[in-house]
Design a protein around this ligand. Structure first.
Ligand code: EPU
Length: 421
């Protein structure tokens, strides 16, 4: 298995190209199940999760042809019938597999998807996805760890979500796109990735209004058509490299990053004393003086993203004072804390609150984490730690960061991928 080896202390200077967004790509690949012909996506990130989603689409009977950063996804033809099941083997490696549920039921009248279990960061149920489908007239049955969903044709409904779930909204938008009549999703997720899905479905001929606001209205249509689309840049990858630039007192242009997707992150970087400017080519981040402590509460978009919490905690460790972090989305998203502790960080957890004392002098160590963003935070810690840091279990990073070591090396980091003996 691979590991990432970082020698701390280098100042990062230069440009980092930002890849297409993982969390936009995954629902878009699932949306390719809806039209009657082949859709093409460009700027697709080269990530393990995208490969897993492609594998799932192939298992369902679609062809997925990859060429550099493009994917062409085509439905089964001739006598080939789609297989309407997402098996446990895939769902257990990637929860986002559940995103095929909405499109399959909408287009084929049924689907069978393994129930995702809890995962490293929390219980993460899918009750809201199922509640919404039921409201649209689907019969939902649980059977030996699988959920069977059936509806001859889904019917529009008004659905008030208990919380603005991202993939839940995405599943229901895709389901409603081909339903009969109007669906109104209230308390909807406002993430840019939800908006991106609506843009793509509308290109396909769907009638969706209000994506990016808490109320999304979907007027169902009878058919959707294939499209071509370039995926938005990854705001979390951009945010992660922004923190890297800030912590190393560097000067980095995040090429292609969209400042309007990063408002909460940019506000907190500025509060920490980091200079952030929107430029024609992307977002430029300059660190310099001492980092100031910042308090953070993770919230649904447009609040501060939970996917940036671990990275900001590392920055808070280096700040001149105490920061308070509250993780309000996932109940168990502090797995990086004990590992950061081994590198010399001073962080106390009580329930959902972390008190980060700051002024830490981090020391390199062998560390590992059990989720993607926690692993990214350990790479960031390695960039500023004294000596060598080895981040094990690199497969977590490969799920969501394309060639993280190459991108960081390109701006001067001393970082490489190596085989773990
Ligand atoms: N929730 C429920 N019931 C549901 C759905 C969600 O209780 O039916 C709860 C969750 O347990 C959680 C909260 O609602 O406490 C919000 O979860 P959400 O459903 O929004 O998360 P998700 O859709 O499973 C996506 C991203 C995550 C990101 C979260 C929050 C994708 C593929 N995943 O997950 O990304 O952290 O939204 O923004 O879009 C990552 O990229 O590292 C990652 C974990």
């Amino acid at each position: 298995m691979d590991k990432i080896v970082v020698e701390g202390g280098a100042r990062l200077v230069g440009k980092i190209p930002i890849s297409g967004a993982k969390n936009a790509a995954l629902p878009l690949l699932a949306a390719a199940l809806l039209p009657s012909g082949a859709s093409t996506f460009k700027n697709v990130p080269d990530l393990a999760d995208v490969k897993t989603m492609s594998k799932l689409l192939r298992m369902l009977g679609w062809t997925v042809d990859a060429d550099k950063r493009s994917l062409v996804i085509a439905p089964p033809t001739g006598k080939k019938k789609p297989k309407l099941e997402a098996p446990y083997e895939l769902v257990k490696t990637m929860r986002a597999s559940v995103l095929v549920l909405g499109p399959l039921v909408a287009r084929y009248g049924r689907a069978r998807v393994s129930m995702p279990g809890g995962c490293a960061i929390g219980a993460r149920p899918i009750d809201q996805h199922l509640k919404g489908l039921q409201a649209m007239g689907a019969k939902v049955t649980l059977d030996h760890g699988y959920v069977d969903v059936e509806a001859k044709r889904l019917k529009g409904a008004t659905i008030v979500l208990d919380m603005p779930t991202v993939t839940g909204c995405e599943n229901l938008i895709m389901a409603a796109a081909l339903a009969k009549g109007r669906t109104v999703l209230e308390n909807a997720a406002r993430e840019p990735e939800v908006e991106e899905l609506a843009v793509v479905l509308n290109k396909m001929g769907a009638k969706i209004q209000g994506a990016g606001t808490p109320i999304i209205t979907i007027d169902g249509v009878d058919e959707l058509l294939p499209i071509e689309h370039a995926i938005i840049p990854d705001r979390i990858e951009a945010g992660t490299f922004a923190v890297a630039a800030a912590m190393t007192r560097g000067d980095v242009l995040l090429e292609g990053a969209r400042p309007e997707h990063l408002d909460a992150v940019i506000a907190k970087l500025r509060a920490a004393g980091v200079q952030v400017a929107a430029e024609a080519g992307g977002v430029r981040v300059r660190g310099g003086g001492d980092l100031q402590p910042v308090d953070i509460v993770t919230q649904p978009h447009p609040g501060f993203p939970t996917d940036m919490q671990a990275q900001f905690m590392v920055m808070a460790c280096m700040a001149k004072g105490q920061s308070i972090i509250k993780e309000m989305i996932f109940e168990n998203r502090y797995m990086h804390v004990p590992e950061l502790g081994r590198m010399g960080a001073d962080v106390q957890i009580s329930g959902r609150t972390a008190v980060v004392r700051g002024n830490s002098k981090l020391n390199g160590a062998s560390v590992m984490a059990t989720d993607l963003r926690a692993s990214a935070s350990l790479v960031l810690a390695g960039l500023v730690a004294a000596g060598k840091t080895e981040v094990l279990r690199v497969y977590h990073l490969d799920r969501g960061y394309e060639s993280i070591e190459k991108k960081l090396r390109g701006v001067g980091a001393k970082i490489k991928r190596a085989k773990d003996a």
